[in-house]
Design a protein around this ligand. Structure first.
Ligand SMILES: [Fe+2]
Ligand SMILES: [Fe+2]
Length: 213
């Protein structure tokens, strides 16, 4: 019993020490958050980049709710699905693994992954069914609710972003990597969209950039 208490004490000492080391590294990382890139432009850290994505998707969901135009709803659903695919990919490929490595917080990490899987399943349904489907609007509305919940979990006090900020994650360099991957993915999705669009929609006339047309 005494032995196990001593062992626990030892583990606590190590974890306090490593927490202090993380906090000190995090302070260094925070102080360089406003660092400038080679071209003099401000470099965006990982959290700022992901939060900007969240706001953009919220804006599109808001417009989807308000518009009465079926064409606009189609465009917006297409854009929301593409933006969410890109966002979840950069989180899963770059941010989440770095978060897990730095914090070892499996609970938050795994929960976020499962929420992504649920959202991606619904995105797949929206993309394959299209607005002719009687449940089109219901699917987009449920997706909006799922994303609202997920974004709250990431951004709230004690959530993933807050924990990332107090860890030793290099948020500036992660932000740079995610920005590059995001541009790559957006290029791929624009190319794919171009191939899917009928020639008539690609050249001339009112161009409705949606696979749902
Ligand atoms: Fe996110
Ligand atoms: Fe996420």
């Amino acid at each position: 019993m005494a032995k196990s208490r001593t062992a626990k004490k030892g583990r606590r000492a190590v974890s306090t020490k490593s927490r202090r080391a993380r906090a000190s590294k995090a302070a260094t990382s925070r102080s360089s958050r406003s660092a400038r890139g080679k071209n003099g432009g401000a470099r965006e850290d990982a959290i700022a980049l992901l939060k900007a994505d969240h706001r953009e998707v919220e804006r599109m969901f808001g417009e989807f709710e308000r518009t009465r135009s079926d064409d606009r709803k189609r465009e917006l659903a297409e854009q929301i699905c593409a933006a969410l695919r890109t966002h979840t990919t950069i989180e899963e490929e770059i941010f989440y693994p770095a978060f897990l490595e730095a914090t070892e917080d499996k609970d938050l990490h795994h929960e976020a992954e499962i929420e992504h899987a649920g959202a991606k399943h619904l995105i797949g349904e929206i993309e394959s069914a299209g607005p002719q489907d009687d449940h089109f609007e219901a699917r987009v509305t449920v997706l909006q609710e799922m994303i609202k919940h997920h974004v709250k979990e990431e951004e709230q006090r004690g959530g993933m972003f807050a924990e990332a900020k107090s860890s030793d994650m290099d948020l500036l360099s992660l932000g740079q990597r995610m920005k590059e991957r995001k541009l790559e993915l957006m290029g791929e999705s624009a190319e794919g969209l171009d191939e899917r669009l009928p020639a008539q929609a690609r050249h001339g006339g009112r161009e409705v950039r949606t696979r749902f047309s």
